[in-house]
Ligand binder design. Structure first.
Ligand SMILES: C[S@@+](CC[C@H](N)C(=O)[O-])C[C@H]1O[C@@H](n2cnc3c(N)ncnc32)[C@H](O)[C@@H]1O
Length: 381
């Protein structure tokens, strides 16, 4: 990784964000890693998702499934249509819509099936990304565009389907580590002599200790030097979705594991990961605001919180099984194999989405329902 891969303008943005974080550290002493990650990703002026540097797909830093293939979003649309068919006047709500490509492909699939929702709502914190989504959707769906609404907060009494692809991994995490038989929270300091951010440690407070203890009591994993993530923002985030859902479903898709694999003694360095120009690294202090920082998701936490919030967990499976159940191979079979180039491109995309060595097993899908009895297509055996 080198600074030479970035333009002088991008480096200047990163410099400004670094100064803003340094000023916060000066005011507060240390800041938690969660605060650091929040500023790096979501600072309204300079954060990764707001500063115009976040580019999706081939030209960006990482590839998400909707950017890779329309077939992914078309499968999601098929699942949504099944749930929505049980509801009167359903809407769709997408959280964290990125470039807007998934919204576009979901809507095109539903249009083709004559199952367009009343409204397609988008809750997207980044102004920059909202503008990208508006441009794309206005062009792709001019006749439906007035039904696409950008929200500043969650709606009340929502009926329909909610979807969030790769949003959970982008919620800032707390980091903890275990040293000398004590639990510490990993903090961020500024090292004046090295002129860069550095890790520091302070005793974990009661809330973080309790959070870690909850998993430790199920399967002991803490050993000297063990470091990992605590997804302490997930409960409030998912609770707020559950509270605003009157009737319908929620689909959450992301990379992650159940707790016994997540907090496994062998995974002693955690799963925090940074992406820059399609290369993964473990250096979250490298050029703040110019690279993505994310963490794998503890799906046991997601499932537990959902259930406690009154949702029915209707399924948890690998992305591969979910897409196969929703008919990804049938969608592919509708294309003409004599159109060799197009067919090969689509087959390659399907392989990437479902092969265990690619995204098929690493990514998981969890579904929640409220107020409907239904055997969801994507989770059928
Ligand atoms: C990794 S990108 C995924 C984008 C898109 N869903 C995709 O799969 O290509 C994460 C997205 O989540 C959004 N996001 C972050 N925090 C959010 C929150 N609390 N609520 C809704 N969206 C959020 C980001 O702005 C961004 O659009």
């Amino acid at each position: 990784m080198s600074h030479s891969n970035f333009s002088p303008q991008a480096l200047a943005l990163s410099q400004q964000l670094s100064q803003k974080i340094q000023a916060t550290i000066q005011q507060q002493g240390l800041i938690s890693f969660q605060t650091y990650m929040n500023m790096v990703l979501y600072d309204h002026q300079f954060g990764y998702y707001s500063n115009g540097h976040y580019k999706l797909g081939e030209l960006g830093d990482f590839m998400t499934a909707p950017e890779l293939s329309s077939l992914f979003s078309r499968c999601i649309a098929i699942q949504m249509a099944q749930v929505c068919s049980k509801l009167s006047k359903p809407d769709i709500l997408e959280l964290g819509a990125g470039s807007g490509k998934m919204a576009k492909d979901i809507l095109l699939q539903l249009q083709q099936a004559q199952q367009l929702p009343q409204q397609y709502l988008i809750l997207e914190p980044s102004r920059f990304l909202q503008d990208c989504q508006k441009k794309l959707l206005q062009q792709a769906l001019p006749d439906y565009y007035d039904h696409i609404i950008w929200l500043n907060r969650l709606p009340k009494n929502f009926r329909g389907m909610m979807i969030a692809n790769e949003v959970l991994d982008a919620l800032p995490v707390q980091l903890f580590c275990y040293q000398n038989q004590r639990l510490y929270e990993v903090m961020v300091a500024y090292d004046e002599s090295e002129q860069q951010f550095a890790y520091d440690y302070q005793a974990a407070d009661a809330k973080l200790s309790q959070f870690v203890q909850q998993w430790q009591s199920q399967q002991p994993f803490l050993a000297e030097g063990y470091q990992s993530e605590a997804h302490t923002l997930i409960p409030a985030w998912l609770n707020s979705l559950a509270n605003c859902l009157e009737q319908g479903g929620i689909l959450l898709i992301d990379y992650g594991y159940l707790a016994h694999e997540y907090y496994h003694p062998q995974r002693y360095m955690g799963s925090l990961i940074c992406h820059s120009q399609h290369q993964a690294n473990d250096k979250p202090f490298f050029l703040p605001g110019l690279q993505d920082i994310s963490s794998f998701v503890n799906f046991s936490l997601v499932i537990e919180v959902g259930k406690q919030a009154g949702l029915d967990c209707v399924g948890y499976d690998s992305q591969a099984n979910f897409l196969l159940n929703c008919g990804i191979t049938e969608l592919l079979a509708n294309y003409d194999p004599n159109d060799v180039v197009n067919y090969l491109i689509l087959s390659h995309q399907v392989k990437k989405l479902i092969l265990p060595s690619e995204m098929g097993e690493k990514f998981k899908v969890v579904g929640f329902a409220k107020g409907i009895e239904l055997d969801w297509l994507g989770f059928q055996d």
